[in-house]
Design a binder for this molecule. Structure first.
Ligand SMILES: [Zn+2]
Length: 114
């Protein structure tokens, strides 16, 4: 049910944006999801499709999910790097425990409207 509430909050954000720009019909939503956000993209799309089909102004809209890698910052040397996997060491200096700075969030990047 995690994905259901995420889909709901995406729709809330989109509704607000559409109202602000007086958009009549939603065509597509582009979101990015961090690798650590623990979101199942296909379940999210499934809920999204159900929710948009219940509205007049969003019917047929598509959800495009982009996965973003984890990003880190080394507390030792200040290096910033991204990784597809959990990183335990800094890529630059080899120090342990780099801080996770990204890859845990879900962001609505853009919406396409008529
Ligand atoms: Zn470092």
């Amino acid at each position: 049910m995690h994905e259901m509430s995420i889909a709901r909050s995406i729709i809330d954000i989109v509704e607000k944006e559409m109202a602000e720009h007086s958009a009549k019909h939603l065509k597509a939503v582009n979101i990015s999801v961090g690798k650590m956000a623990a979101v199942a993209a296909h379940q999210l799309e499934w809920w999204f499709n159900i929710m948009v089909s219940e509205t007049a102004e969003m019917t047929g809209a598509t959800l495009s999910v982009k996965t973003v890698p984890l990003s880190y910052r080394c507390p030792g040397c200040g290096a910033e790097f991204t990784s597809e996997e959990l990183a335990l060491k800094c890529r630059e200096c080899g120090a342990g425990h780099p801080s996770l700075t990204g890859g845990t969030e879900l962001t609505v990047e853009s919406i396409e409207v008529d």
